[in-house]
Design a protein around this ligand. Structure first.
Ligand code: PDD
Length: 286
C-alpha cells in the first residue's frame, strides 16, 4: 500500500513527496527529528516528544515549523489516513534551503522543511524480540558532543548497528572515557541487587522520553534507581540489563560482549517495567 506522507503543509502519496536537493537536512544533517510510537491507534507521550522537539530546535536556533496543536493534528491525521494501529510516526524538521549550498545558515525568513511519515509495525507491543531479549556489543562512542539534541546525524549509530549485526548481536552500547553513554538508538540500564543504574542526563546522551517515563514508573513501583556513570564491566556482571526507546519501549538485554546476564533470559525487572510502561502509557495515549 502506498503511504500518505506529509510534506510542508500537504498530504501526499509517498511517491509524490519531494524535498529540494539543496535542503540543509540532506546536505548537512542540519535537521532534527522525533519518533513517536502508536499503540491502539493512539500516540504515546506526544507531549514529551513535542517538548523535546522544541528544545532541539531552540538549541540549534531553528524556527518552529508550526504550533504544537498543528503537529498533533498532523500526527493524528497520518495515523488515521494510513490505518496505523501499532507503529511509529517519524517527524523531521530541517533548516530548509535558500536554493544553494552554503555553510552559513540561510536568512531567517527561510522556511524550515517539515516532513512526517508513518511506519506500520503490527506486534510492536507484543514483540517476539522483547520476549527473547537483545544481545549487545560495546563499541567506542565517537559521536559529536551535543547528543542531547536529536539531530539526524545517525551515520555512526547506523554503523554501530551494522557492527553488532556482523558480530551476531542485535545492538551496540557506546563507551566514552571508560563509561557507557547509551545504545545506538536507546538509553542503557543495568540492574544489580535490585537497583536500576543508568547514566545521568547531560549533553552526552539523548534525554529519552521513554527513559523519563520509565524512571518515574520505576520509582512509583518502589524500585531503587541510581543515576550515575557506569562501566561495561559493571553491566556485564549485572543481574539483568535493558534499554528504553519510543520504538522498542523497554527491551531486555540478555548478553553483553558474549557474556550472558543472569540465566541468559529477560530479567524480572525489565519484564515488569515493560508491562508497567505499556499499560500506563496506553492509558494516557491520545
Ligand atoms: N531513538 N538515545 C538515542 C541515541 C536515541 O536515538 C533514542 C531514540 C533514545 C531513546 O529516546 P526516546 O525514549 O525518546 O525514544 C536514546 C529513536 C527511537 C530512533 O532514532 O528511531
Amino acid at each position: 500500500m502506498t503511504r500518505t506522507v506529509y510534506v510542508n503543509g500537504e498530504y501526499l502519496p509517498e511517491t509524490e513527496a519531494k524535498v529540494s536537493i539543496f535542503d540543509r537536512g540532506f546536505l548537512m544533517a542540519d535537521a532534527v527529528y522525533e519518533v513517536t510510537s502508536v499503540l491502539g491507534g493512539k500516540l504515546i507521550d506526544f507531549e514529551g516528544h513535542a517538548v523535546r522537539l522544541k528544545r532541539s530546535l531552540d538549541e540549534l536556533e531553528m524556527a518552529e515549523p508550526c504550533s504544537k496543536e498543528e503537529l498533533l493534528e498532523i500526527h493524528r491525521k497520518l495515523v488515521e489516513l494510513n490505518g496505523i494501529d501499532e507503529g511509529l510516526v517519524y517527524l523531521q524538521v530541517s533548516r530548509g534551503s535558500d536554493g544553494d549550498r552554503d555553510f552559513v545558515f540561510p536568512s531567517e525568513d527561510t522556511k524550515p522543511t517539515l516532513v512526517l511519515f508513518t511506519q506500520n509495525k503490527p506486534g510492536l507491543a507484543d514483540s517476539p524480540a522483547a520476549k527473547k531479549g537483545a544481545k549487545i556489543i560495546s563499541i567506542e562512542d565517537i559521536r559529536w558532543g551535543r547528543r542531547d539534541i536529536k539531530t539526524v546525524q545517525l551515520l555512526y549509530p547506523s554503523m554501530g548497528k551494522m557492527m553488532a549485526k556482523k558480530a551476531g548481536a542485535d545492538d551496540a552500547w557506546m563507551i566514552e572515557d571508560g563509561h557507557v553513554t547509551e545504545g545506538t538508538s536507546n538509553n542503557a540500564y543495568f540492574v544489580k541487587d535490585g537497583v536500576i543504574v543508568t547514566r545521568p542526563l547531560s549533553n552526552d546522551i539523548l534525554h529519552g522520553i521513554t527513559r523519563k517515563a520509565v524512571l518515574r514508573m520505576a520509582e512509583e513501583a518502589q524500585l531503587k534507581v541510581e543515576e550515575r556513570l557506569f562501566t561495561i564491566e559493571e553491566a556485564k556482571a549485572a543481574d539483568e540489563a535493558f534499554t528504553t526507546s519510543a520504538s522498542a519501549f523497554v527491551m531486555p538485554v540478555v548478553e553483553i560482549d558474549g557474556v550472558a546476564l543472569g540465566d541468559g533470559t529477560p530479567g524480572p525487572i525489565a519484564k515488569r517495567l515493560r508491562e508497567i510502561y505499556l499499560e500506563e502509557s496506553m492509558k494516557e495515549a491520545i
